[in-house]
Design a protein around this ligand. Structure first.
Ligand code: MN
Length: 210
């Protein structure tokens, strides 16, 4: 079965004013849909891959047939990255870290404010198109990593906890060249309950969900 575009977990207006409704429509309905369609076109050449979730496919790129590996990396990465991005944003604004993840953030970065400062610097430093992530490794240590284009930390066996899309299509209508302002407002719409749920999953459990 081919992949389908996952609906947003909230209304298109729910992320206002941090992310405007028009940007959400174009980003989800046009950009993300295109990644889904192109991923399906590639994987239809090896339809047995559809038995896995897209995260499971991306976690094992070595086993993806060479003729579609590039398309799966780029288009399939686009499918997972966008699905995950919407999933960890929330209609309930101004949440704070909770639970085990809050403890990990405080011990690793010092405080939530210190975490935000480091995450913002890292997201500003993405050259060209890419993503900044909060992830956990196999020892439950948290860290901030960047990926280029539609590369994903799943392929490095890291569990994603949060992410920001810093491709210009994610923010240009509202923020134009002001990526730092988009990042500042992004912190207001994070879903820390979801991030805590993901922190408490193993890598394999995580990949099954996406
Ligand atoms: Mn995007």
């Amino acid at each position: 079965m081919a992949y389908t575009l996952k609906p947003l977990p909230y209304d298109y207006k729910a992320l206002e004013p941090s992310i405007d409704e028009t940007t959400v429509h174009i980003h989800h309905d046009k950009h993300q849909q295109a990644y889904v369609d192109k991923c399906n076109t590639a994987m239809e050449k090896h339809p047995e891959l559809f038995n896995k979730t897209i995260a499971q496919v991306l976690s094992d790129l070595m086993s993806v047939p060479v003729d579609i590996k590039k398309d799966v990396t780029n288009q399939g990465g686009g499918v997972f990255n966008h699905t995950f991005y919407w999933e960890t944003l929330s209609a309930k604004h101004n949440q704070q870290p909770i639970g085990n993840l809050k403890a990990a953030i405080d011990s690793t970065f010092g405080s939530y404010e210190d975490f935000k400062a480091q995450f913002k610097q890292q997201a500003i430093s993405v050259f060209g198109s890419g993503w900044t992530w909060l992830v956990k490794d196999a020892n439950n240590a948290v860290k901030i990593v960047n990926t280029a284009n539609q590369d994903t930390p799943i392929s490095s066996h890291l569990v994603p906890l949060l992410t920001i899309d810093v491709w210009e299509h994610a923010y240009y209508l509202k923020y134009q060249n002001l990526r730092p302002n988009y990042i500042d407002n992004f912190f207001n719409i994070l879903d820390w309950e979801k991030a805590e749920q993901f922190y408490n999953l193993s890598f394999d459990e995580f990949c099954k969900k996406f």
